[in-house]
Write a protein that binds this ligand. Structure first.
Ligand code: CA
Length: 360
């Protein structure tokens, strides 16, 4: 039975893969075929230990008739694990008959970085989320980005990219969207952000959109939602439960699948609760010298303008007064640095400012 389409008034025909795109990536996955397919993207990678070796990126497709296409990605940064956990669990329990249209899932799109639990790929030291639209003739990370940009994104109507804070940051669990110049697209995206059902929604005014997967999707007028789900290079039970619930809410809202959150998921919410923005540069509290970072408030804590929120201690010069950092805004601590030691320029805390759901 076809699901009620809430976003598209007319049924969408499947967009075939872009045959004209030059890529070194090969796959035996047939994007036009109905059914569940578990396969790999294969990228040639000759190295000392493997002369004719390839890098394998797992890719799974569920396709059940004509309908919109959703692309779900996790592990763009290899030290972020909630997304891969949520997507692996979705692949395991999703039944083809629950799908109407096409769902393409890459649980660990930057597999080399995932395997080393590092933000950047160990193969080329590139940040995948800073290298879009990629390069067909570049290094492995650039080749993957180019494939996503030229083959996968053109087929997709909706893209959800799961991020967390990684080794260096820890976030309150939130769904994330960008301020968009296309206000119609922004309104649709805001509605979907609300439907994710996380405690917080983050409305970002992206200062540096160059190279982001986000921009590659948004610039084509397609819906893009991201997340920040705790971090610290581990897996948080509450963040996984929130994202588990959220991905089901979104798939239903996109009109592509009706599926329940996985077993053990107790968190249930139909709506994202509080919308926050970080429009002011002073929302990002950074260190301007090295020191030992002492937060004076925990993640999710409410702060007032002028409230002391962190100290930087000078452990090499005992007796020297710590540097006191104060919040420039009333808001919520949405992100904190994880490692105790900080260097000049490191982001220590981020203050989110509450925003009305009505305006954009
Ligand atoms: Ca990230």
């Amino acid at each position: 039975m076809a699901l009620k389409r809430k976003i598209h008034s007319k049924p969408i025909m499947d967009i075939p893969p872009n045959k004209g795109a030059k890529t070194k990536v090969s796959t035996d996955l047939d994007f036009q075929a109905d059914g569940k397919q578990v396969s790999y993207l294969k990228i040639p990678y000759s190295r000392n230990t493997s002369a004719w070796g390839r890098v394998l990126i797992p890719i799974v497709q569920f396709k059940n008739g004509a309908g919109p296409t959703t692309l779900l990605t996790g592990g763009v940064h290899g030290d972020e694990f909630e997304g891969p956990v949520v997507l692996i669990k979705l692949i395991e329990r999703l039944k083809l008959e629950q799908v109407s249209g096409r769902i393409i899932i890459l649980p660990a799109v930057n597999m080399p970085a995932h395997m080393t639990s590092t933000r950047l790929s160990p193969l080329d030291n590139i940040d995948m989320n800073r290298c879009f639209p990629g390069d067909a003739k570049g290094s492995v990370t650039q080749i993957i980005a180019h494939y996503i940009n030229s083959i996968l994104i053109p087929m997709a109507d909706f893209v959800v990219d799961f991020h967390s804070g990684g080794k260096s940051l820890d976030f309150v669990p939130c769904a994330v969207m960008h301020r968009l110049t296309d206000k119609k697209l922004e309104k649709k995206t805001l509605r979907l952000l609300r439907r994710f059902g996380s405690p917080y929604g983050l409305y970002l005014n992206e200062g540096d959109p160059d190279g982001l997967l986000d921009s590659a999707v948004e610039s084509r007028g397609k819906i893009f939602i991201s997340t920040e789900l705790r971090g610290g290079a581990t897996v948080n039970a509450s963040a996984v439960a929130i994202a588990d619930n959220g991905v089901c809410n979104l798939l239903q809202e996109f009109g592509v699948a009706r599926v329940k959150p996985s077993r053990y998921t107790k968190y249930r919410s139909q709506q994202t609760q509080i919308l926050l923005h970080t429009d002011n540069e002073s929302c990002f509290v950074a260190s301007d010298e090295d020191g030992l970072f002492e937060p004076l408030i925990d993640l999710g804590g409410k702060v007032k303008e002028g409230q002391p929120i962190a100290q930087l201690h000078h452990t090499t010069t005992p007796g020297r007064k710590p540097k006191l950092l104060k919040s420039a805004h009333d808001g919520v601590v949405i992100c904190r640095r994880v490692p105790g030691r900080a260097e000049a320029g490191d982001c220590l805390l981020v203050i989110g400012i509450e925003k009305s759901w009505e305006c954009s």
